[in-house]
Design a binder for this molecule. Sequence first.
Ligand code: CU
Length: 116
Amino acid sequence: MLLKCFVVLALALGPSPQALKPSSPRVIRVSAERFAYTPSEITVEKGTVIEFHLTSEDTDHGFRIIGTEVDVQIPKRRRGETVVKYTADTAGRFIIECSRPCGAGHTAMRATLVVK
Ligand SMILES: [Cu+2]
């Protein structure tokens, strides 16, 4: 239930289809598994509307892009995917971290979003 709220909120914050610069979101699939994300580095052009599709290969994980509003949970394997949109409107390197305790390597579970 809480997960659904996060996803609905995240989708509601995305741009409307009638936005001035119509561009279909770039779908990026990310798989989480103790204690890493695949891919571990994601590179997009500034301005890209990203639609993350997040799944887990094992237990529940989190997906937080530090410095942004994005912080969602990824359900455990075979429990579906989390979809969250993010407009990459700031250039830089953003650390993605697991925001849900998932075991011994949790604090090292990281990926990078590069916005050029
Ligand atoms: Cu974790």
